[in-house]
Design a protein around this ligand. Structure first.
Ligand SMILES: [Zn+2]
Length: 139
């Protein structure tokens, strides 16, 4: 049985021969390139760079969309509300104490989690070759 090898498969095999198989989570937590794990994925706080500074991988494929934002919103709001409820049921403090607990968590957790969350999704997108669906109108 003959299976024609297409160009993307050949490029993918070439990548596997030259670059190690990296975990999307470990490279994402570091904000590094999904192919080589050395160059930075970002050109700023949340802006994806045009290409890797180390292996020249074009990051045009990278589109995390609202995925990272959604995960961070759910995780940060759950942790913040959990902390507020724990403080309330444990100490019944004044409202200003709740403000001291909730405001730093509500502002700090998203800032802390958004960059690695976006990088993990982009790294996972590279590894799984995920892309928007396309309709082939020729068939
Ligand atoms: Zn790279």
């Amino acid at each position: 049985m003959f299976f024609p090898i297409t160009k993307p498969i050949l490029e993918s095999m070439t990548d596997q021969n030259h670059y190690p198989d990296l975990s999307p989570v470990s490279t994402g937590l570091k904000g590094k390139c999904p192919r080589c794990g050395r160059g930075s994925l970002f050109n700023g706080f949340l802006e994806i760079a045009e290409k890797c500074s180390s292996c020249e991988l074009d990051f045009e494929f990278a589109d995390a969309g609202d995925g990272a934002t959604w995960f961070v919103m759910v995780i940060a709001s759950t942790l913040t509300m959990g902390a507020v409820l724990w403080v309330e049921f444990s100490y019944q403090p004044a409202y200003w104490v709740h403000a001291l607990v909730a405001i730093p968590l509500a502002l700090g957790l998203p800032l802390l989690l958004l960059r690695p969350g976006k990088a993990i999704l982009v790294n996972q997108q590279y590894k799984t070759e995920a892309a928007p669906g396309q309709i082939d109108l020729d068939k």
